[in-house]
Design a protein around this ligand. Structure first.
Ligand SMILES: C[S@@+](CC[C@H](N)C(=O)[O-])C[C@H]1O[C@@H](n2cnc3c(N)ncnc32)[C@H](O)[C@@H]1O
Length: 160
């Protein structure tokens, strides 16, 4: 189960729907009804139509009930007014070991410092950065929801 946050006209929702296979689901969510309408028209009558669930969210609430394995947030986090609240909601719907992939535009929109602040906010609520893939003209990070209790249980005792 995948969530495409701020899916826009659905370029990535469609590609991910092809990847998840017949039994997978992509929840494509955006606050603009018009974007969801565009995506709806693109997939109408195609084999991936039933794999994509359209969801209209609010600026400060995603509002889905499903638990997801992966969240894509492509070029949208800088538009979110309250990022801390946004990450808290994402954490609450992510399964353990689930990941969120954030990609932000380098040019004009998101400075290095601003992106660092975004990562700090996500880390502040317990999401752990695990990777920084290189993406053309973009800043990106993959964060993971880890089960801290399991981490501590599996940690080897250190000798002093
Ligand atoms: C620059 S577009 C990117 C669209 C798509 N992710 C892509 O890369 O093709 C940003 C999208 O995020 C949506 N958006 C902005 N703030 C949002 C929020 N708080 N929750 C959900 N969607 C949001 C906008 O409506 C817009 O469709």
């Amino acid at each position: 189960m995948i969530l495409d946050l701020g899916c826009g006209p659905g370029f990535f929702s469609i590609e991910m729907a092809k990847m998840v296979g017949e039994l997978g689901t992509v929840i494509a969510t955006d606050l603009q009804e018009g974007m969801l309408e565009k995506l709806k028209n693109k997939i109408k009558g195609t084999e991936i139509e039933k794999r994509i669930k359209l969801h209209k969210c609010e600026e400060d609430k995603i509002g889905i009930l499903e638990n997801v394995d992966f969240v894509l947030a492509f070029y949208m986090v800088h538009e979110v007014p309250n990022q801390k609240k946004f990450f808290e909601e994402i954490k609450s719907i992510l399964k353990y070991n689930g990941k969120i992939f954030i990609i932000e535009p380098k040019l004009f929109h998101v400075s290095k410092a601003t992106f660092k602040e975004t990562i700090m906010k996500a880390k502040g609520i317990g999401l752990v950065p695990v990777e920084k893939p290189r993406i053309f003209l973009s800043r990106s990070v993959v964060l993971k929801k880890v089960n801290l209790k399991m981490q501590y249980r599996n940690a080897k005792p250190t000798l002093r």
